[in-house]
Write a protein that binds this ligand. Structure first.
Ligand code: HEM
Length: 440
């Protein structure tokens, strides 16, 4: 572990982070309600999907785009005819990088010796340890003030995945990376609004903060690259490697943190389900750390995780762009057309799901799932670009939740009903604030 590097990246990131948080923390870039439906992208697309049309055309910056509205068409674009649909360039390019990490990049990073099962055991033990340490820290700080779970889960998951993927201890960098990323996500999602509505003098400091936030991400990615030995100690880390590292981290920690946060929120809203989860955790785990062997025994918790990822899929919107002209169902698709495929809207369609707004984990029990159409449920996408972590994500969330719930209980510190806010990920809005106590 390279301590010198670690010290200087900390200072570098810390200075930049101070500037960003001074600019951004505590205020919304766009005053609530200013552009109504459009600012609330998740509701905008949900409303679009409520028509009976098989594909819903809509306008983006004057050009026609299409929202896929049937599972068979999601399957067609994401899998069956995937070669005709590439990832489009969009305003998040700086955030996610031009270079896309693949499953192969992830596998190469796993320098742990041993077979797949041993590697997975290592990941599980890392998650169980992180869940235990974090929940006790949260419980301590909750004595003074409620914990902002939406921010804290991101910091925890960032450190966990830097450890799992790169074998580096990065707790000290998580605050800087997470707040820089939050700022970029917010700025990119609202960029056209800001450009149209702010004067140059108002826009300048935001643009500068945005550049600084990108620098924070890159500085941390470069040090991770060096500390992990992905380049020689004295050589430059290429832009390609930096963006690959940033994007790998965003893919892994951001989705996991968002999922964990929604699960905790949803369980606290539904005490009956929470009680069943507690009794399963107590029966299966008792007073030790959860391990790989517990995963199949935490069967009710798995249904809970699947149902939360139906209601609140963190990767709520997948974008593609047609390369050649095509026909999807009855609809002609011109070359270059943007195609939006949303797990969020598909997971809430009344034609596919009974009582879709309700939280009913039992709908994922085997006997209730067999007749389900392919691509009615696809929180991890589909085809060759499907999430390489895929099904393992359910198990990883089971472990981290079991590690937390066996020790502590959560109580909402606010009566506010959260709304999903669709930026890069589906964030809980305005934020999840909880009190945490040791379970008797
Ligand atoms: C709840 C957690 C997660 C969710 C909901 C999720 C969802 C997704 C989805 C929907 C895609 C496909 C995007 C598209 O088709 O455009 C994707 C891709 C990807 N995910 Fe995940 N993911 C999660 C966790 C993870 C984790 C833990 C890792 C790594 C350890 C990971 C690594 C990746 C990578 C590398 C890709 C890009 C694959 C490629 O393009 O070749 N994800 N993820």
């Amino acid at each position: 572990m390279c301590l010198d590097n670690r010290q200087s990246v900390l200072e570098e990131a810390d200075n930049l982070e101070k500037k960003i948080t001074a600019m951004n923390r505590g205020f919304e870039l766009i005053p609530p309600g200013t552009i109504k439906d459009k600012k609330d992208y998740a509701t905008f697309y949900l409303n679009l999907s409520r028509t009976n049309e098989e594909i819903v055309p809509y306008l983006v910056d004057g050009k026609t785009a299409f929202l896929i509205n049937r599972p068979e068409h999601a399957e067609y674009v994401l899998a069956k005819n995937q070669n005709n649909y590439k990832n489009p360039y969009h305003q998040y390019a700086e955030l996610v990088g031009q270079y896309r990490p693949t499953g192969a990049f992830l596998l190469n990073l796993n320098r742990t010796s041993g077979n797949q099962a041993e590697i997975f055991e290592g990941i599980v033990s890392e998650l169980a340890k992180a869940g235990t340490v974090t929940i006790l820290q949260w419980q301590e700080s909750s004595k003074l003030a409620p914990v902002q779970i939406d921010i804290e889960t991101k910091k925890m998951m960032f450190a966990v995945y830097v450890k799992i993927l790169f074998n580096i201890d990065a707790e000290d960098w998580s605050e800087a990376f997470v707040s820089a990323t939050n700022f970029i996500e917010e700025y990119c999602a609202n960029q056209s609004y800001l450009v149209q509505n702010l004067s140059v003098t108002e826009l300048m400091p935001l643009k500068q903060s945005y550049q600084e936030a990108i620098e924070v991400q890159n500085a941390i990615a470069a040090r991770i690259g060096r500390c992990a030995g992905l380049v020689a100690p004295d050589s430059e880390v290429s832009k390609q490697l930096k963006t690959t590292i940033v994007r790998t981290l965003l893919n892994s920690y951001n989705g996991m943190a968002t999922a964990l946060c929604w699960i905790i929120y949803q369980l606290v809203q539904c005490q009956e389900v929470l009680e069943q989860v507690y009794s399963e955790v107590d029966r299966v785990i008792g007073d030790r750390q959860p391990t790989v062997k517990d995963i199949p025994k935490l069967s009710y918790m798995r249904l809970v995780v699947m149902e939360v990822l139906r209601l609140y899929p963190p990767a709520w919107m997948l974008g593609r762009q047609a390369i050649n002209s095509d026909r999807i169902g009855e609809t002609p698709i011109p070359p270059g057309a943007i195609i939006s495929i949303s797990p969020y809207t598909m997971h809430r369609k009344t034609q596919l799901w009974e009582r879709p707004k309700e939280f009913i984990p039992e709908r994922f029990a085997l006997e209730n799932s067999q007749a389900r159409q392919a691509f009615a449920y696809f929180p991890f996408g589909g085809g060759t670009r499907k999430c390489p972590a895929g099904q393992l994500v359910f198990s990883q969330l089971q472990i981290i939740l079991a590690a937390m719930l066996r020790l502590c209980s959560f109580e909402s510190a606010s009566n506010e009903i959260l709304k999903p806010r669709g930026l890069v990920s589906l964030r809980p809005h305005p934020g999840v604030s909880m009190r945490i106590t040791i379970r008797k």
